[in-house]
Ligand binder design. Structure first.
Ligand code: FE2
Ligand code: FE2
Length: 357
């Protein structure tokens, strides 16, 4: 499949190797006879973690990641129909951070669709987000594709009630490896809504689900985890073409569970390590995933990156564009019925680690 040049103007062509967002192309076909549909693209920006210092000061590194993404989405050609923001716009859910994010994102030309992350939510339990930004879960149709946005970062009432202040609650949910944290979930109310929503659609309708946390279980101590993920998966299995795109893990990650293909998208802020490489505890990092190499701490943007996802014949081909590392293409293999890295899946062919002297 040919890479497209999404950047307008000759002088800007070089930027295409460093775009910190994910571009998703939807071009649904069914076997040799594609159905009537209009192909389209959308972009995906996620996990900017804008961090308020004081007054009008914010951590510059994270601002820069988001600014870069916004600028480059605006330069895309063809223009995306819309942009998904995948959650964790703020670091500690502060109004200053959310307002700052809204200001930076107001420069985007295409319309935005929003997914909430735990860093946006746990200071005021999503109040400001719902007031100023978006509902927490909703669905929409676009050119024959059904999109479902879920709030996958809810948690248990008794955990929420135990904190003396909203900021303590926020800080305890914000920490990656906090033994006092609590697992995410979608929750029964939203599951009921999802069942009603999906009931209106035939199994042949392509479905794209957008969540913040992965809708499967990887590593509980870090909340790479959604407690009731299996219940969501069960509702999605009857669809012939269903893809879940999520943020939160800040790394290359792909998986297949039954009929559902999962892709993580990159963060604009920083990369997380893989749980398997950091702790000697049981984890379920997908065996399919060929890891991206450890990020170079001397380069602020290493370990972040962008993806182009082509969704043709109902299957995703994901082009990972990684800074200071080899680009990767992960495509659905119809014989194996799961995605594979076209070049690096074979352990003998993997990318050697970076060396620094
Ligand atoms: Fe995040
Ligand atoms: Fe997150």
């Amino acid at each position: 499949m040919k890479r497209r040049n999404f950047i307008k103007g000759m002088g800007l062509a070089g930027l295409s190797a460093t775009l910190p967002f994910s571009l998703v192309e939807v071009a649904w076909g069914m076997g040799s006879k594609p159905p009537e549909h209009e192909p389209f693209t959308f972009a995906y920006i996620s996990d900017s973690h804008l961090t308020h210092i004081k007054g009008t000061q914010f951590t510059r590194n994270f601002d820069q990641g988001l600014r870069k993404a916004v600028m480059e989405v605006n330069l895309m050609d063809p223009k995306p129909d819309f942009v998904i923001y995948g959650g964790d716009l703020a670091q500690l859910g502060k109004r200053e951070e959310l307002d700052h994010g809204l200001e930076l994102l107001s420069a985007l030309r295409p319309p935005l669709k929003w997914v909430i992350g735990e860093h946006d939510f746990y200071l005021d339990m999503g109040e400001y987000w719902q007031d100023k930004i978006s509902p927490l879960h909703y669905s929409f149709d676009h050119k024959g594709v059904h999109f479902v946005v879920l709030n996958s970062i809810l948690t248990y009432e008794d955990w929420i009630a135990q904190w003396p202040t909203p900021m303590e609650r926020m800080l305890n949910m914000a920490r990656l490896d906090n033994p006092k944290g609590s697992p995410f979930m979608v929750g029964d109310e939203q599951l009921r809504w999802l069942a009603e929503d999906l009931a209106k659609y035939d199994a042949n309708v392509p479905v794209v689900v957008l969540s913040h946390s992965p809708l499967y279980k990887i590593f509980k101590p870090w909340n790479f985890w959604t407690d009731d993920a299996e219940k969501v998966q069960k509702q999605l299995q009857r669809f012939h073409r269903v893809t879940v795109l999520h943020g939160h893990v800040h790394q290359v990650l792909y998986n297949q569970i039954g009929n559902i293909t999962f892709y993580a998208v990159m963060a604009t802020a920083w990369p997380w390590p893989y749980p398997v490489s950091y702790v000697q505890k049981p984890n379920r990092v997908p065996k399919l995933t060929v890891f991206m190499n450890r990020a170079d701490p001397f380069h602020q943007r290493d370990g972040t990156g962008w993806d182009i996802l082509d969704l043709d014949s109902g299957a995703v081909t994901n082009h990972y564009q990684l800074w200071l590392n080899e680009n990767r293409t992960v495509a659905f293999d119809f014989k194996l019925k799961h995605p594979v890295d076209l070049k690096y899946q074979d352990p003998d062919k993997r990318i050697p680690p970076q060396f620094h002297y």
